[in-house]
Ligand binder design. Structure first.
Ligand SMILES: Cc1cc2nc3c(=O)[nH]c(=O)nc-3n(C[C@H](O)[C@H](O)[C@H](O)COP(=O)(O)OP(=O)(O)OC[C@H]3O[C@@H](n4cnc5c(N)ncnc54)[C@H](O)[C@@H]3O)c2cc1C
Length: 502
């Protein structure tokens, strides 16, 4: 018998709906309040749509970059356009949206089947604070304007975040876009400027380049993907440039303006050849901090995100936020207010769907008195869905160089891997980190096509404190890209003996 039975969850993304399923399994009475649809931004606008778009881009890149080397010829290629493949973006985007809505629908069905009540509306904490019985009030504002009050023994806030906008670069949903707006495009942007070279910017820049756009990537840092393994980021930037992307490093976008056809009409007539996409005058101008101006047909802003924590009665209820508005939580997802938990992007702990889901489940195990293991971020596997993909787990090169972890590393370029050679894969590597002396695997990076699938063996090793000897002794298929993981482990077995444990 548990004390806490009424659970109200605000936000139905992975942080919210996974928590709801666990809480229902544990016998609680669960209500999820969501304003946009279950699955959250992860399913409706962010993770699922972007990976569905990338699925098309992946086919294009794989074909475009390897067909010649693999001996494939296209009959009428010499007469056609210089590019073998082209894309119908309207069709791609309709598929993206269809899959997203279907997945949201599937999630709603499984959550309601588990006995969870789903309410469509906006939730916030009631002003009254905690009642004498320890319960709290959640106010739900329904879409029709009516309001409802719910009582909860524990509340989980899992409201996610939304794209950050710059005051001088306001999205219009047509030419200046956030990542949630790109799926309404019917035609492929001819010249796309992507502002921001973090994971989201890099993924979209790579995808649109593969789909056929001319892409300029504006990066305020020295290198793309500043938060990732530097060797991996270097490989990706090199591949981007080789494929013709204009990567502008150390360039900060100050303003983004749409110059409409009408504004331009005063300056002269449009070119007769220019179609809808290329109408002279209907373009965007991005002004950089050094005064330089770059032009394109579209601009995608990928400059970070803002947590959805405003106007929710959080601070009034004693929930502490940090300077960025993110909810502060401990490793079992507790906030500073008793009975209020938080999970996912609104906490800023690690902006991944898998981490949001884990935080949500942990919150419910804790609230409902079940056995709970605190969140361990050192075993989180993550992936950048570019081509090649970059998958990472455990301690990083930065952790090693700043002294946070004492580790030895081996990096094996895929150029030497037999399967990679057969498949015409030249870019990428497998990198492993292990403790000197004991040889316990503490981290790894894979840069390869489908690195997201290849990282799992390293994740298992990191999660279970396996040694490089144990990783090396497991069979791999010959020929396989994962053979490089075993080979890296074999090389580390020798290297770790050269450096004593400190
Ligand atoms: C372009 C992009 C691609 C990504 N790709 C990946 C990926 O491949 N893999 C990965 O692991 N992660 C990926 N992420 C990150 C991932 O999408 C997030 O980490 C994940 O969505 C976080 O889940 P969440 O439950 O915290 O919030 P969300 O998924 O944002 O869900 C929050 C929900 O709460 C609702 N809500 C907000 N306020 C209220 C309110 N007051 N009342 C009621 N409802 C409210 C929202 O409408 C939304 O439905 C990506 C992110 C972006 C931007």
């Amino acid at each position: 018998m548990v004390d806490v039975t009424r659970i109200v969850i605000i936000g139905g993304g992975p942080g919210g709906y996974e928590a709801a399923l666990v809480a229902a399994q544990l016998g609680a009475e669960v209500t999820v309040v969501d304003r946009d649809g279950l699955g959250g931004s992860a399913v409706l606008t962010d993770c699922v749509p972007s990976k569905t778009l990338i699925a098309t881009a992946e086919v294009m890149t794989t074909f475009d970059s390897s067909y010649e080397e693999l001996g494939i010829t296209i009959a009428d290629c010499s007469q056609g356009p210089s590019r073998v493949l082209s894309v119908d973006l309207g069709k791609v985007n309709r598929r993206v949206k269809r899959l997203a809505i279907a997945q949201s629908h599937d999630i709603t069905q499984s959550v309601t089947r588990a006995g969870v009540t789903v309410l469509r509306g906006k939730g916030r904490l009631g002003a009254g604070g905690q009642h004498v019985d320890g319960s709290r009030e959640v106010i739900v504002e329904h879409e029709d304007g009516s309001a409802e009050s719910l009582r909860a023994d524990a509340v989980l806030i899992a409201t996610g975040c939304h794209p950050r906008e710059l005051p001088d670069a306001q999205p219009d949903g047509e030419r200046i876009l956030t990542w949630t707006q790109v799926y309404d495009l019917e035609e492929l942007p001819r010249e796309l400027i992507v502002v921001g070279s973090g994971v989201t910017g890099a993924e979209f820049a790579g995808a649109y380049q593969a789909l056929g756009s001319e892409v300029t990537l504006v990066s305020s840092r020295d290198r793309v993907l500043p938060g990732e393994d530097p060797d991996a980021a270097e490989v990706l930037e090199e591949v981007f440039r080789r494929r013709g992307m204009n990567v502008m490093s150390r360039s900060r976008a100050e303003t983004v303006k749409r110059i409409s056809a009408r504004t331009d009409a005063a300056e002269g007539p449009s070119s007769p050849e220019a179609g809808e996409e290329g109408r002279v005058g209907d373009h965007v101008e991005v002004t950089l901090s050094d005064g330089k101006v770059i032009r394109g047909t579209h601009c995608l802003m990928a400059v970070g995100s803002i947590p959805n924590t405003a106007d929710m009665g959080l601070e009034e209820a004693g929930v502490k936020l940090n300077d960025w508005g993110q909810i502060q939580v401990d490793r079992v997802s507790r906030t500073s207010a008793p009975g209020v938990y938080a999970a996912g992007d609104c906490t800023g702990v690690f902006m991944l769907a898998s981490v949001a889901a884990m935080q949500g489940r942990i919150a419910m195990y804790h609230a409902l008195g079940d056995a709970v293991q605190p969140l361990n971020l050192k075993t989180v596997a993550s992936n950048v869905f570019t081509d090649p993909e970059i998958a990472t787990v455990g301690y990083t090169a930065a952790d090693v160089s700043c002294g946070k972890m004492d580790a030895v590393e081996v990096k094996l370029p895929l150029r030497g891997n037999p399967r990679a050679k057969m498949q015409g894969i030249r870019d990428g590597f497998v990198k492993l980190f292990c403790r000197p002396g004991t040889g316990i695997v503490v981290g790894g990076v894979v840069v390869a096509p489908r690195a997201s699938e290849l990282i799992h063996s390293i994740s298992l090793a990191v999660d279970n404190n396996l040694t490089v000897e144990q990783v090396a002794s497991a069979f791999t298929v010959y020929p396989s890209v994962s053979g490089s993981t075993a080979e890296a482990a074999r090389q580390l077995h020798i290297r770790k003996r050269e450096i004593p444990d400190s």
